[in-house]
Design a protein around this ligand. Structure first.
Ligand code: NDP
Length: 483
């Protein structure tokens, strides 16, 4: 029998005031109903904010090592449930078991990292100008934080927002993406079991505009951290800054990988293919443009097409090379971009078709696509596609590559494949991005270094992950103490 799952507000699993639910189906097989989730109203979102307000002071006053203890226990509980969570994530979002397992492990590691960080929190002691004076800073929590997350990394992104928010003593209202409420609910279960006090973390499912709308405008929400599309992110920013909330946005991109003639071509093809087709191309750091030097262009194109054609596609839980798109909308959007690319005059060398027949009819499967002869002005070379579609653009020099790489509205991640140190360094210096990589795929991040983009990819206010995340969730107070 299909289970109905509840919100988590003030330490209680509760039904929405609407009495309504929505279905969550697997994108690998839409006959598989994962569960029913609360279609919450604005009233439910307000109740969650009020619970967080009530709990915030006591949590802020809880010694940081004790807060860290809760995070440590959460990490352990996640690790204990790793196999089950991997399966859940794969069923719900569609990524392969290997990809899902890596993501669950990331959540385990993030909680462990911020558990340790909680012990290290504090401020700085500085030399005062006067005698008999202490001059120092303390890092204070902001209060109530609203965390709004997307479906494509449905446990890692919530983890990298929730863990630093709690470590630093903030209360949280968490709204997961409607496509992936189950893995998010499992994370909340682990935090509950780890002993988080009532009201410190609240989980509310339902429509982005209704629940999200309350979270970005409620007067008692002090900060909003949002990851999602540029369109929604812009709206969130406008609403949340009206009453001066602190805001952090991480959004889409159009990440380039440059391939220079000095590159080891086998390595270059592997790097680009992994960045373009991994997680079905549904990563904000996915490689969407390969800028390939004309001296190696033809050979690169032949080899990347071969790689794309070798990719085996199937349900996430069958753990082949690539799972389905996460939803019908995402599939349709990719198919529309493939058709647009051909209309714009690019050459579709392989893929781009919806897979049908057999079990494929039950899910949202698409073949990875490679376009050659793409011009930088084409929409497929400028707009985020969020699917396994690679545009290969010929370049004649590094100058050319840098100009084309930077000439888009986004700037999250960029990579160059080269064995020339001078080229590598120039690219790192001149790429307009938040993450620059050399001989590495554009995807894949370490958890202890800052993450964020420039231009339309990010609000450019605060970075996520590492110590940078602690800055977002705290405000320094400067203390002058004469004695
Ligand atoms: P959306 O922008 O559609 O949704 C993101 C979240 O915002 C969801 O929880 C959604 O809820 C919620 N939301 C929707 N409307 C509103 C609103 N009016 N007010 C407040 N919240 C709202 O993005 P997707 O979930 O489709 O995620 C894909 C996007 O995320 C891609 O563009 C991708 O590039 C980006 N992304 C960026 C990353 C980064 O770090 N830079 C990392 C991962 C993804 P609901 O689901 O209920 O609609």
């Amino acid at each position: 029998m299909t289970q109905t799952y509840q919100n988590y507000i003030d330490g209680e699993w509760t039904e929405a005031t609407t009495g309504e639910t929505f279905d969550n189906r697997s994108p690998s097989n839409t006959d598989e109903l994962i569960g029913r989730y609360q279609r919450s109203s604005e009233e439910d979102a307000v109740a969650a904010v009020e619970a967080a307000v009530t709990a915030a002071d006591a949590w802020a006053d809880t010694p940081a090592p004790e807060r860290g203890r809760v995070l440590e226990d959460t990490s352990r509980l996640l690790a204990d449930r790793k196999d089950e969570l991997t399966e859940t994530l794969s069923r719900e979002e569609g990524k392969t078991l290997d990809e899902a397992s890596g993501e669950v492990q990331r959540a385990v590691d993030i909680f462990q990292y911020y558990a340790a960080k909680a012990r290290d929190l504090g401020g700085r002691v500085k030399s005062p100008s006067a005698s008999d004076q202490n001059l120092y800073t303390v890092e204070e929590p902001l209060g109530v934080t609203a965390l709004i997350t997307p479906w494509n990394y449905p446990i890692a992104i919530p983890a990298w927002k929730i863990a630093p928010a709690l470590a630093t003593g903030n209360a949280v209202v968490f709204k997961p993406a409607s496509l992936t409420p189950e893995i998010a609910r499992n994370l909340v279960e682990c935090l509950d079991e780890a002993g988080l006090p009532d009201g410190v973390l609240n989980y509310v499912t339902g429509s982005g505009s209704e629940v999200g709308g309350v979270l970005t405008t409620h007067e008692n929400v002090d900060a909003v951290s949002f990851t999602g599309s540029a369109k929604v992110g812009d709206h969130v920013y406008q609403s949340a800054t009206e009453d001066q909330k602190r805001v952090q946005l991480e959004m889409g991109s159009k990440n380039p990988a440059v391939v220079m003639p000095s590159a080891d071509l086998d390595e270059a093809v592997d790097i680009v293919a992994a960045g373009a087709f991994g997680v079905t191309g549904q990563a904000c750091t996915a490689t969407s443009r390969a800028l390939v030097h004309e001296r190696v262009y033809d050979e690169f194109v032949d080899r990347i097409v071969d790689q794309a054609e070798e990719i085996e596609i199937g349900p996430g839980t069958e753990n082949l090379d690539m799972g389905p798109h996460a939803s019908r909308d995402e599939l349709d959007s990719t198919l529309e971009y493939v058709s647009l690319g051909s209309d714009e005059g690019a050459t579709l060398l392989t893929g781009g078709e919806r897979l049908d027949g057999g079990g494929y009819d039950d899910g949202y499967y698409v073949e990875p696509a490679v376009f050659a002869d793409v011009e930088p002005e084409m929409r497929i070379a400028r707009e985020e596609i969020f699917g396994p579609v690679l545009s290969v653009i010929p370049i004649s020099s590094l100058d050319d590559a840098i100009e084309i790489a930077n000439d888009v509205d986004f700037g999250l991640s960029a990579s160059i494949v080269t064995s020339d140190l001078r080229e590598a360094n120039r690219f790192v210096e001149e790429a307009e991005v938040g993450v620059a990589k050399v001989n590495e795929k554009t995807t894949g991040l370490e958890l202890h270094v800052p993450f964020g983009g420039v231009k339309g990819s990010s609000s450019e206010t605060f970075r996520e992950q590492g110590d940078a995340a602690l800055d977002f969730y705290t405000l320094p107070k400067t203390v002058y103490m004469s004695y």
